[in-house]
Design a protein around this ligand. Structure first.
Ligand code: HEC
Length: 162
């Protein structure tokens, strides 16, 4: 083997070793411990039960998923409601459910029959119970932060700095 060939082979060997080491390193550092389910509710069992009765009566699960439950026969791409109370407060939910035109609050690009309907006609009591329950649906900070980061990087292609 000529001297030049040995040098080239040597360089290739070093590069391969560096790549292997980097791979090994990233496998090591991505072993995070299981942090469990990030969603929880601050409502009492009674509040949750009352709200879920109203939720069922009004067919919310036709479009939304909550606690992994959704009507499997439907394919409406509505937002998942787990953790939604970390994004808005009770007053906001009450206003949203009471609005004649919910799309004036959350704009929609979906076809008409998929959009969030107005629940203006619902008794005030039911709107309050729903709003209070929605506000109780929280997501743990670490997961909210991870979701924000992933969303930001997907939308902008830039690295996220908190
Ligand atoms: C026909 C399908 C449909 C039904 C039924 C429905 N929603 Fe929605 N909802 C949507 C869609 C779609 C959106 C996103 C905004 C839009 O496109 O109008 C939405 C938005 C929301 C939001 C705001 C989410 C956010 O990201 O800010 C909440 C809260 C909500 N719905 C709760 C409910 C509750 C509670 C019920 C039952 C009382 C219900 N929805 C019934 C389709 C539906």
């Amino acid at each position: 083997m000529k001297r030049g060939e040995k040098v080239v082979l040597g360089i290739i060997a070093v590069v391969v070793l560096i790549l292997m080491a980097r791979n090994f390193w990233s496998i090591e550092t991505t072993k995070v411990k299981d942090r469990g389910i990030p969603y929880y509710s601050t409502a009492t069992p009674e509040q949750a039960r009352d709200a879920m009765v109203i939720y069922d009566q009004n067919n919310c699960k036709k479009c939304h998923s909550l606690w992994t439950v959704k009507d499997l026969m439907e394919s409406v791409p509505a937002p998942i409601l787990d953790g939604i109370g970390s994004l808005h407060d009770e007053e906001w939910f009450y206003r949203y459910f009471s609005a004649a035109d919910p799309q004036s609050i959350v704009p929609s690009r979906l076809k008409k029959e998929w959009r969030m309907p107005s629940y203006q006609q619902l008794p005030e009591h039911d709107r309050h119970v729903l709003a209070s329950y929605m506000a109780s649906l929280k997501v743990k900070d670490w997961y909210l932060e991870e979701t924000r980061k992933a969303e930001y990087e997907k939308l902008t292609g830039k690295a996220y700095k908190p």
